[in-house]
Write a new protein. Structure first.
Length: 94
């Protein structure tokens, strides 16, 4: 189950995608079709975000997100000693 932050990011992306004309998913449902539709819309929103076509308010651009990840990896490379484990969210942009 995703954290509240993961759910907030998912909601912002889907809301942003809806603003671009991507239809919103149906109300949450246990059905396989609703589940597939939800993640299909999420993939569309993430693709638009990665292509700089979508940047919901409060979220970094994809370029800024990548820059932050790369900065962290560089910092770990400079300051880490031995093996390092990096854990990210299990959310949609992990």
């Amino acid at each position: 189950m995703g954290s509240e932050a993961d759910n907030g990011e998912r909601a912002r992306l889907i809301g942003g995608a809806a603003a671009l004309g991507v239809p919103l998913p149906a109300a949450p449902s246990a059905s396989t079709d609703a589940y597939r539709q939800h993640f299909h819309l999420l993939r569309q929103a993430l693709t638009q975000w990665m292509q700089d076509q979508l940047c919901p308010r409060g979220m970094p651009s994809y370029a800024a997100f990548v820059q932050g990840v790369m900065a962290l990896l560089e910092q770990v490379g400079r300051n880490g000693s031995g093996n390092t484990l990096i854990i990210s969210s299990g959310g949609p942009i992990a």
